[in-house]
Design a protein around this ligand. Structure first.
Ligand code: PLP
Length: 294
């Protein structure tokens, strides 16, 4: 990934009354080393992040991403981010974006071991070209996540539902999917419910009803899925959060993995069984997701 801009934030307390936080930002060289060797984000993956899609300089769904950053911070006992400070940081970074698609990453780490404050930084990079997965689609396999659907309530220390920096497991699942001849994975709970992809939400279509697994199952509530449901409802479709069984994937009229940077990738096969792709609907969904939608 070619980083083009980065700034470090001196995190303000969530009740800081200031309205301008410019003097809490330090622009740094995105290609130079910047973190201390004692950083807990690198030593333990102890921190949280967000990836925001930027289209022609417009950052998408900033409020939804910041709300989720706050939710992740609360789950991880990190200091609650100051919304106005992070919003201003996102705008500062987005203003440096070139035309086309980019990605802004927000990172809040527990900081340096025994250090006084968390470490926070924001980066801008050109997004990978996702045209192929948006148009040609992706093959998925279902993989056991190893937790029951109630794990987030029974064992909150697993931090399910927080977007933490510990993505090694998610990346291992994608590698396993590739070993099995697919492009991506869909996690299934150990008690047999469809959850999400390692870096995406799943949306299924049954007739005029669009369905996604309910977020109470320890999955990340996707900002793209939320935005897509608002679009589909405005188009006259029904939407539903409910438990989804693995067998339903092969029975769906269509299904997609959706996320902020990839947008909507139609699923062409599940565990080797072909699934129909609605190319026209997929194209209109992606046109909507690429438009400034907030
Ligand atoms: N679920 C997981 C585990 C993710 O990592 C992501 C995005 O990275 C999503 C869902 C989709 O979230 P969003 O649509 O906000 O990008």
């Amino acid at each position: 990934m070619a980083w083009s801009f980065a700034l470090v934030i001196d995190p303000a307390a969530s009740d800081d009354p200031r309205t301008d936080f410019a003097d809490t930002f330090t622009v740094i060289d995105p290609t130079a080393p910047a973190l201390s060797v004692g950083e807990l984000s690198t030593q333990r993956g102890d921190g949280i992040f967000e990836s925001i899609g930027v289209v022609d300089g417009h950052p998408q769904e900033v409020d939804a991403h910041l709300e989720r950053l706050v939710h992740s911070a609360e789950l991880c006992d990190l200091p609650v981010p100051h919304l106005a400070q992070w919003r201003q940081a996102v705008k500062t970074v987005a203003d440096a974006a070139d035309p086309g698609e980019s990605v802004i990453k927000l990172i809040l780490s527990r900081g340096v071991e025994h250090g006084p404050t968390p470490t926070a930084w924001v980066t801008l990079a050109r997004a990978a070209d996702n045209t192929r997965s948006r148009t040609e689609g992706i093959r998925v396999v279902q993989l056991d996540r190893g937790y029951g659907v109630n794990a987030s309530a029974d064992a909150p220390w697993l931090l399910l539902g927080a977007k933490t920096l510990s993505y090694a497991v998610n990346m291992a699942a994608i590698r396993e999917a590739k070993r099995r001849g697919a492009d991506d994975a869909v996690f299934v709970s150990s008690d047999g419910y469809v959850l999400e992809g390692p870096t995406s939400s799943i949306v299924l279509r049954f007739g005029e009803v669009f369905v996604t697994p309910e977020p109470s199952g320890g999955i990340l509530h996707g900002t793209t899925q939320l935005s897509l449901f608002a679009y589909l409802e405005a188009e006259g479709y029904a939407t539903q959060y409910r438990r989804v069984l693995p067998a339903e994937l092969a029975e769906a009229d269509a299904a997609w993995l959706v996320s902020s940077i990839r947008l909507a990738a139609p699923i062409t096969s599940v565990d080797g069984v072909d699934l129909a792709v609605d190319r026209d609907l997929t194209a209109s969904i992606n046109a909507y997701l690429l438009s400034p939608r907030d």
